[in-house]
Design a protein around this ligand. Structure first.
Ligand code: SF4
Length: 93
């Protein structure tokens, strides 16, 4: 884990589970180790759409997960690196 970002948190990364294909680009590009690959739980799988379940099965049931969202510095690298457009930065209310 890296230092938490000390700036006011305006946005946080959000992963669209129905889009993620576990290609790990976000894990590689994030300078603050916000992501980690892990296996989808049965609960995760149950929440997927039909297409999402098919994709998950084809890609080995592994996806990116947020493991240290407080370390996010809102650089946007994960958003632009994801070939599936599965990550967005969402405004914190
Ligand atoms: S916006 Fe930057 S710091 Fe935040 S999760 Fe994405 S790559 Fe990491």
């Amino acid at each position: 884990m890296t230092e938490p970002c000390r700036a006011p948190k305006l946005v946080v990364p959000v992963i669209d589970r129905n889009r993620c294909e576990g290609k790990e680009d976000c894990v590689r590009v994030c300078p603050h180790d916000v992501f980690r690959m892990a296996a989808l739980t049965e609960r995760d799988k149950a929440a997927l759409s039909f297409i999402g379940r098919l994709k998950a099965r084809v890609h080995g049931g592994r996806q990116a997960f947020l493991v240290d969202v407080d370390a996010c510095h809102a650089c946007g690298l994960c958003v632009t690196s994801c070939p599936e457009r599965a990550i967005r930065l969402e405004r914190v209310e």
